[in-house]
Design a protein around this ligand. Structure first.
Ligand SMILES: *Cc1c(COP(=O)(O)O)cnc(C)c1O
Length: 242
């Protein structure tokens, strides 16, 4: 470290290629935030996967994230996800589909996604069944009164878990949820954790929790999240669609 700068010479790093990009800086900020929350919770940060939600962003951003060491990418629209996964097939990326899945598109999503976070109904479980391969899935729980938001009503969760257990080729990792607006996220995540404890009586291996986004990932880590889905805090604002 340099101790002295001659008069008139700024100590600010120059904006050259060796300076960290804004993307790298935001990524590091999130990494530190996750590590801090993990420490507070007495958890090992290595047990928490950060999925970068890259929806609406160009392929070049995913390539930059890859160069920065990120491997888990999240997308929420089928056509966009399918085309990105095809373009980047040479990279060892793990694709997480986090959006609502139309029944008639289920098999196509299954073909490129490594993990589907949004299984929320029996007909989708049936559509994802396969004798040839296994797809890792989360069941999404809806914490709002608005069915359009996707996710199963907690009252029907146990029955949906049973149906997933009955079909071949669908492996349940755990539960996924989005904290409702205008509610304390930590309480919402604590509730998902309780639901998770309940379904483990049906599927002891379904221990994962996909919860926590840019605004509430620290609360999610405190409540046991294993998979964070983080968009804007890492990527910056999403481009506006024309
Ligand atoms: C877009 C999205 C995210 C990321 O949201 P940010 O607020 O940008 O972190 C996480 N989960 C789902 C299901 C999403 O659609």
């Amino acid at each position: 470290m340099s101790l002295a700068f001659p008069n008139g010479v700024s100590s600010e790093p120059a904006a050259d290629a060796s300076a960290p990009s804004d993307l790298a800086t935001r990524l590091e900020t999130v990494r530190v935030g996750v590590a801090d929350a993990a420490r507070t919770a007495g958890r090992d940060p290595a047990d928490i996967a950060t999925i970068v939600v890259t929806k609406f962003h160009p392929i070049s951003l995913i390539e930059e994230l890859y160069a920065l060491g990120m491997r888990n990418m999240g997308e929420n629209r089928h056509q966009e996800a399918q085309s990105k996964a095809a373009s980047l097939a040479d990279l060892d990326l793990v694709w997480h589909f986090v959006g609502q899945v139309q029944g008639k598109k289920a098999r196509q999503v299954r073909a490129y996604a490594n993990v589907i976070h949004s299984v929320d109904r029996e007909s989708l479980v049936t559509a994802l069944a396969s004798e040839e391969s296994t797809i890792d899935c989360f069941i999404q729980v809806n914490l709002t009164d608005d069915a359009a938001r996707g996710g199963v009503d907690p009252a029907h969760l146990s029955a949906l878990v049973d149906s997933a257990l009955m079909v071949p080729g669908v492996r349940l990792l755990g539960l996924m949820a989005v904290a409702p607006l205008g509610q304390e996220p930590r309480r919402a995540f604590a509730y998902v954790r309780e639901l998770s404890e309940q379904i483990r009586q049906q599927v002891p291996t379904a221990t994962a929790l996909s919860m926590g986004m840019s605004q509430d990932y620290a609360a999610a880590v405190l409540e046991g999240a294993t998979h964070l889905r983080i968009g804007t805090a890492i990527t910056g604002n999403r481009p506006v669609l024309s």
